[in-house]
Design a protein around this ligand. Structure first.
Ligand code: HEM
Length: 534
């Protein structure tokens, strides 16, 4: 264990030495520091003058109250709902303490904006001591989620260009369409095997395979065949490991280090991470071998994401492994759950589905595959995805660990190293921000439409929600690196599914509520009927 941790440290040190910040950047950093110091002095002065309250003045539940809510009232897997309950009890900012956590919850867009504005140059979501411990145990690089400060930023800058630039991401359209073609064939097979010849059961699990195939075809430039009849064992292993790791991550962090050998959680957590990492590493290695073979035979080594990352030479091999593991981890459940919820609502709302179908067939007649340029003429398609993410933000609560400076939020002063929890689920479901907040109404996102009613109720101010009340991909330099890829996958998949099928719920299908397992996921299987369009 000691030697692998030392290897990781050596790797990080050598990376640091090789990439000393250029003078210009250092200058900017000094200026940034100076202005932060000035702000800090005025914050400190205000606090000392007694104008500001302190963290100890915040309202919030005691430990027994929290335990009561979680385990007696049953909010343990519905922590997204607890945000709204606690906001109504304590107001838009409150403190909760639980095990090793001491958290300041923020549940109004104005206060969330204040936290983000003070997040500093290298924002951090949360300290993940148990993820760090695992990486040190295995001698791996830290990667995006664990690394902090300039080290995080260096990795992020290497990953951004082929993920966040629209022009670059458009190059992935053909491969995404190929994968969607496989999804359509898979749906045909599943329908034909079902009792009534139209139902696809547990849609979310099928869309997980689609999500895995989609993102890995971009990242690893390899088709894995996740949507074929015989699903590759590594795909199943990865999907199971994501579930296990995310579930255990919430538990492991509560227990002290000495319990690692006594309780079963840590061992299972390590095994889940091993599976995630091994799958990603073997995909990277497979592609590297292909590239080497291409180069040896004089062929140009062309590719998409991984080829670019390797050839840019900005990350060490260990950093490439962990970055690809993290991109894969971020890119499967997020898009697949969002698509599941979108289809779930479209099936229940014929009006919305007809309108979406009308838009898709007007822009892409005769089932023409949409191209990136078509998307600017599909505002309703975008509105459907936005509305889905508003009702079901996959990341229902985000974090900011403000480590560099003291900050002021509301009229409270917080010392540095305060952990903030940004309650996005609560703000997305806030009636003050979104009229008829619990109703699936994509048209609320269409600015061109005259303000009217969502469900028969007049709604002046309809569109005027605060921009920080809806941040499904986060915000600022730390925002989701896969946003553009995710949107493209979801826009194309949904429009092609609409071209081919009308979706309907099973007769007597139950209402499916979301539950929290770090991410917001369906609490029961979603089964839908896929009726072929004429
Ligand atoms: C519906 C789809 C998705 C949603 C709603 C989503 C949402 C988010 C959110 C809220 C964050 C935190 C941002 C912040 O702290 O401000 C995040 C981070 C991240 N996402 Fe996504 N995501 C999605 C798809 C993807 C995809 C497809 C990928 C991979 C290609 C991905 C990879 C990541 C990574 C690696 C991070 C960490 C970035 C960092 O810490 O620098 N996500 N995502």
């Amino acid at each position: 264990m000691g030697s692998s941790a030392a290897a990781a440290r050596a790797l990080r040190l050598s990376a640091r030495c090789a990439r000393t910040l250029p003078a210009v950047q250092a200058g900017t950093e000094l200026r940034h520091r100076a202005s932060a110091d000035r702000r800090n002095l005025s914050v400190q002065a205000a606090a000392e003058a007694g104008k500001l309250k302190s963290i100890d003045d915040l309202p919030g539940p005691s430990l027994p109250t929290t335990l009561y809510w979680l385990f007696v009232k049953g909010y343990a897997d519905k922590s997204h709902l607890l945000q709204g309950v606690q906001r109504s009890l304590y107001g838009p900012i409150w403190r909760s303490r639980f095990g090793p956590f001491d958290i300041v919850n923020v549940a109004s867009p104005e206060l969330i904006a204040q936290v983000i504005q003070q997040e500093g140059r290298y924002p951090s979501r949360a300290e993940l001591p148990h993820w760090k411990e695992y990486r040190e145990l295995r001698g791996q690089a830290y990667g995006l989620h664990v690394d902090t400060g300039p080290e995080w930023y260096r990795i992020r800058r290497a990953l951004n260009p082929k993920m966040l630039k629209l022009r670059e991401v458009s190059a992935y359209a053909p491969i995404i369409h190929q994968v969607i073609g496989d999804l359509l064939r898979r749906i045909e097979v599943l329908r034909s095997l079902s009792q009534d010849q139209v139902t696809v059961s547990d849609l979310a699990s099928e869309l997980h395979k689609f999500g895995f195939e989609g993102i890995s075809s971009i990242l690893f430039e390899t088709r894995l065949g996740c949507l074929q009849e015989d699903i590759p064992p590594d795909t199943l292993r990865f999907i199971a490991a994501v579930n296990e790791m995310l579930t255990l991550s919430e538990t492991v962090v509560l227990f002290p280090r000495w319990s690692r050998g006594v309780l079963p959680f840590w061992r299972r957590f390590v095994q889940a991470w091993d599976d995630l990492y091994d799958v990603a590493r073997s995909l990277v290695d497979r592609r590297i071998a292909e590239i080497q073979a291409q180069v040896c035979s004089g062929e140009p080594a062309e590719g998409m994401y991984l080829t670019y990352l390797l050839s840019s030479d900005r990350l060490s091999r260990a950093e490439v492994y962990i970055s690809l593991t993290e991109l894969l981890l971020g890119g499967v459940d997020t898009t697949s759950n969002t698509l599941s919820w979108a289809l779930y609502h479209l099936a229940r709302d014929r009006g919305v589905q007809d309108r979406l179908y009308g838009e898709v067939s007007a822009v892409c007649p005769d089932r023409r595959e949409p191209i990136t340029e078509d998307l600017s003429r599909m505002p309703y398609l975008k509105a459907v995805i936005k509305e889905t993410l508003r009702l079901y933000p996959v990341v229902p609560g985000n974090g900011r660990f403000v480590s560099e400076d003291a900050v002021v939020v509301g009229n409270y002063w917080f010392p540095k190293k305060t952990q903030f929890h940004l309650c996005h689920y609560a703000t997305c479901h806030d009636e003050d921000q979104f009229v008829d907040a619990e109703v699936f109404a994509p048209k609320r996102w269409l600015r061109a439409e005259a303000p009217g009613s969502v469900c028969g109720r007049a709604a002046p101010g309809f569109y005027r929600h605060h921009p920080y009340s809806f941040l499904p991909f986060g915000v600022g330099v730390r925002a989701c690196v896969g946003k553009r890829v995710a949107e493209m996958e979801m826009f194309f998949a949904l429009s092609r599914l609409m071209q081919h099928y009308e979706v309907r719920p099973e007769p007597g299908a139950p209402v499916v509520e979301p539950k929290t397992r770090t991410l917001l996921i369906p609490s029961k299987p979603i089964n839908l009927r896929f009726l072929p369009r004429a």
